[in-house]
Design a protein around this ligand. Structure first.
Ligand code: MG
Length: 203
């Protein structure tokens, strides 16, 4: 199982970090050891002073595919979840300045909490889904899938041109604006439409 993540897929988030709005998807990967399930606590690593939350919609790939045509891409995922793409922003900033890869900032243990999955058939329109992240009872990030720069189908088509997607692979589809630092003791709660799917602590 692999985790593929899309960077800068909501224009307002790209702008808040002073990044250009991309014309092709920006992708990176996290290893399976990044996955954190069942709302287990996230242990704040000591190598970073600035771990940021990024709430995202996560797709679960339902069958193997390569060179997937965009017309058929919707047939390659049938479940969705919420995830947090934890990012060591201080490390990422240093690596960006030097033109180095992002792995140390993105791929560390526990950096990918993922909620239970819900069938996408539950939603009338997957391109009008409100999702949000509350920390200690205050809303920090709120997004709507109508603002995605690259649709779920386009992401699947783009990624599968380079990397075969397998059943069970996860795709983090990008975060809306409002990213910020988490601290030990924080209580994170993530909502997809009206359902609370994420509920865990930073330890
Ligand atoms: Mg992200």
């Amino acid at each position: 199982m692999k985790i593929i993540a899309i960077g800068r897929n909501y224009a307002e988030h790209a702008k808040e970090l002073n990044n250009p709005v991309p014309t092709v998807p920006v992708i990176f990967m996290k290893p399976d050891t990044a996955l954190l399930k069942e709302n287990k606590p996230f242990y704040h690593p000591d190598f970073s002073e600035d771990i940021h939350h990024e709430i995202e919609i996560v797709l679960k790939i339902s069958k193997e595919g390569k060179h997937i045509n965009e017309k058929f891409a919707s047939g390659y995922f049938d479940e969705m979840a919420l995830g947090v793409d934890f990012t060591a922003r201080d490390i990422q900033q240093r690596h960006k300045e030097k033109g180095l890869p992002w792995e140390l900032a993105k791929a560390f243990d526990g950096s990918a909490p993922v909620s239970n999955f819900v069938p996408k058939s539950k939603f009338a329109d997957i391109y009008n889904l409100v999702f949000k992240l509350d920390i200690n009872g205050q809303t920090r990030q709120q997004g709507n899938t109508k603002d995605l720069l690259f649709s779920f189908e386009r992401i699947i088509t783009f990624v599968s041109k380079y990397i075969t997607l397998k059943k069970g692979d996860l795709i983090f589809t990008g975060t809306p604006q409002g990213v910020g630092k988490v601290n030990i003791g924080d209580h994170l709660e993530g909502y997809l439409v009206d359902e609370k799917l994420l509920d865990f602590y930073v330890k």
